[in-house]
Design a protein around this ligand. Structure first.
Ligand SMILES: [Zn+2]
Length: 297
């Protein structure tokens, strides 16, 4: 049961978003700034994303007529402009994902600089400003939320307070939240990355993805929202992407789903609110104004 299901377009039973965070090799440069350029293995693992996985993913989307959302750090837009061009040429959405995948918690107090530098990259490389944002490592802060509101952005996709999209209300304005969760993120089943402290035992493609499909079935049965948070260098690998491709084709032919970009879902929510058909649940920010636990008692 979902408390407040969203009526989807054309009577669809579930909205589906297959989102990709194209971090490429930004991860290793942030994790090991002193000697990242000497670490060819993680650089090459990251480069697999834009160079091999993204063309493969785009080909599937083109064949199936899908438009989806990609989140790409500003530095990656600048480093891989040809791939960005091919993503945009096919009509997909590109969202803000930090400048070089800097963690908003580790760069607290300096987010304006990083955030606006990324907007500049979007303007220069994509020719447009992003409508949505996903925090690197999901570490969204009130500082970033305020910058999003200030720059008129429409949605965040980093938080986990509900099953379906909801609204964030701050003293300065509001945004939609397209909620993520670890059960539909490919990092836990597939990432093995010692340099950033992530040592998961890698699962087989079918085992790693089977939990995702269970999440989808539950959302579908409740008229919900199913979003995958994928990384090209993980799930864009040959055997894993084959599994996802088979799932998309099967879902499109057997189920009544609306496969959309997050910006399209935001637009749909705007329309429902404007026509008084549906109202989102609301989370008020900031959550806390003072430290909750004081060690001194
Ligand atoms: Zn990322």
């Amino acid at each position: 049961m979902i408390r407040n299901p969203i009526p989807w377009p054309n009577g669809a039973k579930c909205a589906v978003a297959i989102t990709f965070d194209m971090d490429a090799d930004s991860l290793i440069h942030v994790a090991k700034p002193d000697d990242s350029i000497d670490r060819l293995y993680p650089i090459s693992m990251g480069r697999y994303g834009p160079q091999v996985a993204i063309p493969r993913i785009l080909e599937t989307y083109r064949r199936l007529g899908l438009k989806q959302s990609f989140f790409i750090p500003g530095w990656c837009l600048e480093t891989y402009p040809n791939i960005v061009e091919s993503i945009l040429k096919d009509g997909h959405e590109i969202g803000h994902h930090g400048y070089i995948h800097e963690d908003p918690i580790n760069t607290r107090g300096h987010q304006r600089e990083w955030f606006e530098r990324t907007l500049e990259s979007h303007k220069r490389i994509c020719g447009t400003l992003p409508r949505g944002y996903r925090a690197p490592v999901y570490n969204i802060t009130d500082e970033v939320i305020n910058l999003m509101v200030e720059h008129g952005m429409r949605y965040d996709s980093s938080m986990m307070a509900d099953d379906i999209p909801y609204q964030l209300e701050t003293p300065k304005g509001s945004l939609y939240e397209m909620p993520v969760h670890w059960g539909t993120d490919d990092w836990p089943p597939f990432a093995h990355y010692d340099e950033i402290g992530y040592m998961m035992p890698v699962k087989s493609p079918s085992e790693g993805l089977s939990g995702f499909w269970e999440e989808f079935e539950a959302q579908y049965a409740s008229g919900g929202f199913f979003m995958m948070i994928l990384h090209p260098f993980l799930t864009g690998r040959l055997a894993r992407w084959k599994q996802v491709e088979i799932w998309i084709e099967k879902t499109m032919s057997e189920k009544n789903v609306w496969i959309a970009t997050l910006d399209e879902i935001s637009q749909h929510m705007d329309d429902l609110i404007e026509k008084n058909i549906w109202k989102p649940s609301i989370e008020k920010l900031p959550y806390y104004k003072n430290t909750v636990f004081n060690k001194k008692g």
